[in-house]
Design a binder for this molecule. Structure first.
Ligand code: BES
Ligand code: MN
Ligand code: ZN
Length: 463
């Protein structure tokens, strides 16, 4: 699961990519001006024109940026430039780092199942002042999350997620503890067990817990919690075909927290870290949990099952309670939790939920600065009553009158979230539904870079 880095510190032989505004396109000189004219290059955003030399080799490129350069558009460059080394000409110092990161993000390919490997990828010579290693590290975290999401459920089951978690823990000398199958009952993860028990034995449910720096009790403790539903059939409340088609991505939250955890450890942020993943398959069998069942949870609250397709919040209830037992300063959970989040904000803008005003401000500022957008949504107390059950402590499908499905799912999680510090929940889509250069249809990391930026500002290495 790794490919050569997209960024290099070596400028040797790098050909220029010139950033061109419409005005700039009008004032090109000589043969470049003629070449641009016959090819209809006008400096429009995203326009790309390769300029050949006398031998017909790609010698330079013109990249249209419209009135001003949006660094993230460099994702498209990586997907379209010919192989070999390139450098960005005319990029400001302010935009250089983000443009380089965008280029690295745009180089992601999922070709594990292709007989023919993808064409040679271009490499970018890092703009001056850019920390190549750091940018490559962030891009490779995003690539790990995307690759995990893109990998079909048959090859990304609970076992494979565990194997990846073990590799990540080992590389940073972190501890790892896995509670699997019936041990979930004695280990007090009843909801995780109930949701995952219908799966085949070799795809048994499990809770994966990574711990890093835990002895340094003077440091703040950050807990990352991820939904790892390796495939969501909906359970007995089975999804229709169209709704099930992409449910290999329902472990997107787990992919995000494992990648983010790896990044935090690699960067050496000044925190103690706990990463918790519940990895289960929401399968259908004679032993599947049923509508009307009442589950117990690690916290002790009983949960009436109104719908077996609202399974993410059930497994998160147990692992959020586990996180709470560590007394974290800050807890972040990532989950592909609701279809309703997409009805509210669409596929590109994940809802962020938190009642901590400072965390909300810090998170949103970081998100804006690294072009990894999030939108705050409310933990609206007025809708809490929609989770009331007549015969249990809480129900997993909110009453229809409350309508706001992403909000009520977040309110459900809030009942189990740690209260020793701040908590934030990201309801991520983890997927690009639209195919365009630099943003291939498939897995996407969302809020991962924003979270890392926010954490890096709060807990810098050596800070
Ligand atoms: N994994 C889905 C949510 C989902 C669906 C995320 C499509 C992204 C794209 C989740 O487990 C689910 O099925 N949620 C239900 C909840 C409902 C039954 C209360 C939903 O959103 O419809
Ligand atoms: Mn579901
Ligand atoms: Zn799900």
């Amino acid at each position: 699961m790794s490919r050569p880095p997209a960024l290099t510190a070596d400028l040797e032989g790098a050909r220029p990519v010139r950033l061109v505004t419409p005005a700039g396109a009008g004032s090109l000189q000589g043969r470049e001006a003629a070449w641009a004219r016959v090819n209809g290059f006008e400096g429009k955003p995203g326009q790309l024109l390769i300029v050949p030399d006398e031998a017909g080799e790609a010698a330079a490129a013109l990249f249209g940026i419209g009135q001003s350069f949006e660094p993230m558009t460099a994702r498209g460059l990586a997907a379209r430039l010919p192989g070999g080394t390139w450098r960005l000409e005319g990029v400001s110092k302010k935009d250089g780092g983000l443009a380089a990161l965008a280029f690295a993000l745009g180089s992601y390919r999922f070709d594990r199942y292709k007989a023919q490997p993808a064409r040679e990828l271009p490499v970018l010579a890092a703009p001056r002042g850019v920390n190549c290693e750091e940018v490559n590290r962030i891009a490779s975290a995003a690539a790990l999350a995307r690759e995990m999401v893109d990998t079909p459920a048959a090859d990304m089951g609970p076992q494979q997620i565990e194997a990846l978690a073990r590799k990540i823990a080992e590389a940073s000398n972190a501890s790892i503890n896995v509670t699997e199958g019936d041990a979930l009952l004695t280990g007090r993860y009843p909801a995780v067990h109930a949701v995952g028990r219908a799966a085949a034995p070799h795809r048994a449910p499990r809770v994966i817990e990574i711990g890093w720096n835990l002895k340094r009790t003077e440091l703040p403790l950050v807990a990352l919690v991820g939904k790892g539903v390796v495939f969501d059939t909906g359970g007995l409340d089975i999804k229709p075909a169209a709704g099930m088609r992409n449910m290999k991505k329902d472990m997107g939250g787990a992919a995000h927290v494992l990648a983010l955890g790896r990044l935090i450890m690699q960067a050496g942020l000044e925190v103690r870290l706990v990463v918790l993943v519940a990895a289960v398959e929401n399968a259908i069998s004679a032993d599947a949990f049923r509508p009307g069942d009442i589950l117990s949870s690690r916290k002790g609250l009983t949960i009436e099952i109104g719908n077996t397709d609202a399974e993410g919040r059930l497994i998160l209830a147990d692992v959020l309670q586990r996180a709470a037992e560590h007394g974290p300063t800050l807890t972040l959970d990532f989950a592909t939790l609701t279809g309703a989040a997409r009805m509210a904000l669409g596929p590109e803008l994940p809802p962020l939920y938190t009642d901590d005003e400072v965390l909300a401000a810090d998170f949103l500022a970081a998100a804006r600065d690294v072009a990894d957008p999030l939108w705050r949504m409310p933990l609206w107390p007025g809708y809490r009553a929609s989770l009331d059950s007549e015969i249990a402590d809480v129900r997993n499908d909110s009453a229809p009158w409350a309508q706001a499905g992403s909000v009520t799912a977040a309110l459900f999680l809030q009942k189990f979230a740690p209260t020793t510090g701040a908590w934030a929940h990201l309801d991520v889509f983890a997927w690009n539904p639209r195919n365009r250069p630099g943003w291939p249809e498939g897995g996407e990391a969302q809020g991962l870079r924003a979270a890392f930026e926010m954490l890096s500002r709060r807990y810098p290495k050596g800070g």
